[in-house]
Design a protein around this ligand. Structure first.
Ligand code: 3PG
Length: 325
């Protein structure tokens, strides 16, 4: 290869790394803010089905306004696109509401420690449901991930079954969401990460709204809202706004990353993000942590790091696909 061409390739690779690095930093920071406000809201207003719905509603509104004002170019979509999006939106809805229900029952740090085993679910689901095989070191790295999470769960001071099961359901749902989102983005070929996530938000909102009414409903919301406002004052409204808007922003940036990387790399980035969330939420909420509990979390996260050092998968389904638009 001529030297000039080589230089151009190196410069392009460096620019790509910088872009993905910037997305990751933004994704993680926005997520920390979301988690703090989400928990502040849930502490005084324990209605996770409504807060989950509001997060999706905020995202849908932001994107509809962005398209209407041409701040973002609206995608051209056909019925086939929405049909393919439906199962992804179902997985997003389930994963989102399950995580929020979990966080309404346990400390933010506990939900995220359990959610740090998402890559393990990614491997197991890819292996047993999608028939993808991985080299032995990948399977071995699952031992510390699962063992570490088990140790943390067993020693958690405020263990709660709903909190634990919610985080596990979220793990499974989000693995499906990530794998099929990536396939959907590659297949649709002209919808980038930002617009793909916008459509996902809108369809998930349609799915979630009737369930939120059925599970909680306006009566509980009205009395809960009044109580929360009496407890923390008018700022409660702004906390709800913050959790809703930041939920959309961090997910939008995460989808812009997913458009550039494989679902596996995405899961690893997401687990590393949880270290930031776990540490900051323990500080903000003064969460009591036993040393053995912290050791479990450290082992689980170390397992994910080892997993990220994996050799390439045996078959090429998970290779990084180039971004389209
Ligand atoms: C949600 O409500 O969707 C979860 O809190 C977010 O989970 P994530 O950290 O996997 O995005």
């Amino acid at each position: 290869i001529p030297v000039e061409e080589q230089e151009i390739t190196t410069a392009k690779a460096a620019a790509q790394r910088l872009k993905i690095g910037t997305y990751f930093v933004l994704w993680w920071s926005l997520n920390v803010v979301f988690n703090i406000y989400n928990k502040k809201v849930l502490n005084v207003f324990p209605y996770p089905w409504l807060t989950s719905t509001l997060s999706l509603a905020a995202g849908s509104t932001i994107m509809l306004l962005s398209w209407a004002t041409r701040l973002a170019a609206a995608p051209e979509l056909d019925a086939e696109f929405w049909k393919n999006l439906a199962p992804v939106a179902l997985a997003h809805t389930i994963g989102h509401v399950a995580a929020t229900v979990s966080m309404s029952k346990v400390a933010v740090s506990f939900t995220h420690i359990i959610k740090s085993s998402e890559p393990a679910f990614s491997v197991l689901i890819s292996r047993f449901l999608l028939g993808e095989s991985f080299p032995l070191p990948v399977y071995l790295s699952l031992i510390p991930i699962i063992g570490g999470c088990a140790l943390t769960a067993a020693t958690e001071l405020n263990f709660n079954v709903t909190g634990f099961v919610g985080a596990m359901i979220s793990n499974i749902a989000f693995v499906f969401r990530n794998i099929f989102s990536k396939r959907g983005m590659v297949k649709s070929n002209k919808v980038g990460g930002m617009n793909y996530y916008a459509c996902l938000s809108m369809l998930s909102l349609v799915f979630l709204t009737p369930f939120a009414f059925a599970v909680e409903g306006p009566k509980l919301w009205a009395s809960g809202w009044q109580q929360a406002t009496e407890t923390v004052g008018q700022q409660f409204f702004w906390w709800v706004m913050a959790q809703s808007v930041f939920y959309h922003l961090y997910n939008q940036v995460s989808y812009m990353s997913l458009n550039e990387i494989s679902p596996l790399t995405f899961s690893i980035g997401n687990t590393m993000k949880r270290v930031t969330v776990i540490v900051s939420s323990i500080i903000v909420f003064h969460t009591p942590v036993l040393p053995v509990n912290a050791v479990g979390a450290a082992i689980a996260i170390l397992g994910t790091f080892l997993y990220s050092q994996r050799p390439a998968t045996k078959n090429p389904k998970n290779i990084e696909a180039p971004k389209k638009i």
